[in-house]
Design a binder for this molecule. Structure first.
Ligand code: FES
Length: 102
């Protein structure tokens, strides 16, 4: 059964700056894009580096360790789409960000 967990205040998220949160102890990365928030696993699919200090260019997040690039919309690794990081559904309600954890 999915759990929907409050993780942040929307206004505390800086535009385009990845933010680490830990719903139910899981490493999750939030990225604010305009009025939307994306939520991804905060662990690179290569060797597990946290993606929090990665660089964001549009919808592409570059891992700080070895430059693997991921699409923040679906989590896919650009060079081999069969690899990916998990993407979680993020919802906004009353100025708060919730993440759905399966
Ligand atoms: S750990 Fe992310 S590219 Fe190597």
């Amino acid at each position: 059964m999915d759990r929907v967990i409050e993780v942040a205040e929307f206004l505390n998220l800086a535009e385009g700056k990845p933010t680490a949160v830990f719903p139910l102890g899981l490493p999750v990365l939030l990225v604010r894009r305009g009025a939307e928030v994306r939520a991804l696993e905060n662990r690179c699919a290569h060797m597990g580096c946290p993606l929090t200090s990665g660089t964001l260019e549009g919808d592409i997040l570059r891992c700080p360790c070895h430059d693997w690039r991921f699409n923040i919309r679906d989590g896919t690794f650009l060079d081999a789409p069969e690899l990916s990081v998990k993407v979680y559904a993020a919802e906004l309600r009353d100025g708060k960000v919730f993440v759905r954890i399966p």
